[in-house]
Design a protein around this ligand. Sequence first.
Ligand code: SF4
Ligand code: SF4
Ligand SMILES: [Zn+2]
Length: 292
Amino acid sequence: MSTYECEICGAKFCNNVQCKMLIKQKSTMSSFSYKTHFGQLEGELRENHARLEEQKVALREEKLRKFLNKCEDLFEDALSKIEGASVTDTSLVTIPTGLPEMAPIDDSLYSNYVSHLKDILDTAFSKSILEIIEEPQNAVSSSSFDDQDWLNDILEKLCTTCKGGCCRSGSHKAYLNEGSINRIRMHNQMITKKELLDYYISHIRADHIQGACINQTNTGCSLPRELRSDTCNDHFCASLTNYIRKPTKNVIAIQSNCSPLGLTNGDFVDIVDIVFIDEESSRTLTHGKSGE
Ligand code: SF4
Ligand code: SF4
Ligand SMILES: [Zn+2]
């Protein structure tokens, strides 16, 4: 099946009146004249496209700047109301919002997940534990902050508040592969395939966040860290990565309705919640559209 592409601007479905007019006139023009007009129009369209792209980037940057300024003001205001917290021990962390609705896990999601688990367990257990130990990549353990419980707790609370914005695409695989299984076997050398399968299955809840990873619930990920994939344990969105560089014991999280990928030109940014988080607890300071 052939796909029509405009010979001037290259668009699949061209709606440009100038392109259409020139193509219509083509049969009445000399080849030289057509080439000249073609070159001119093509150049104009390219420049116009580049200008529009620049404007889009500028608009997005302006919007982001305004959003961050608003967050700074909200942060200062919230901080002034929290007894004992100061700017030196409290960070501002902006977080997005994951999907909102809980729903029962349907049969096909459940069976696809179990069959994925069986596949990766079969592949992983086709090698003996000695072979696994010999493989250099298995010597690298997950980089979660094993020696910093307080930081893990804060990160977990931030992701729970966010409702797993980046867990949306976990679906029935939860980013798990045979590498994840081999890492677990390295730390539990006597564990059997059946025990591990049962352990994973025991963490499946009746409900999950609809449209997201099977393990995502409204209280966070139902898998303990040691069962999660390296992708899940090692991935942090830009805001959390920023926070981890210079972590503090308190966080004021400003949650917006942005996607984890950040602002797009079409986004209308609302502040969803402002939450104070420390190692012990997480409490909502302001709920709803407070940022306008
Ligand atoms: S890493 Fe960022 S986007 Fe992902 S769940 Fe945590 S706060 Fe949300
Ligand atoms: S396993 Fe947990 S952390 Fe990983 S994508 Fe699923 S819900 Fe998110
Ligand atoms: Zn065109």
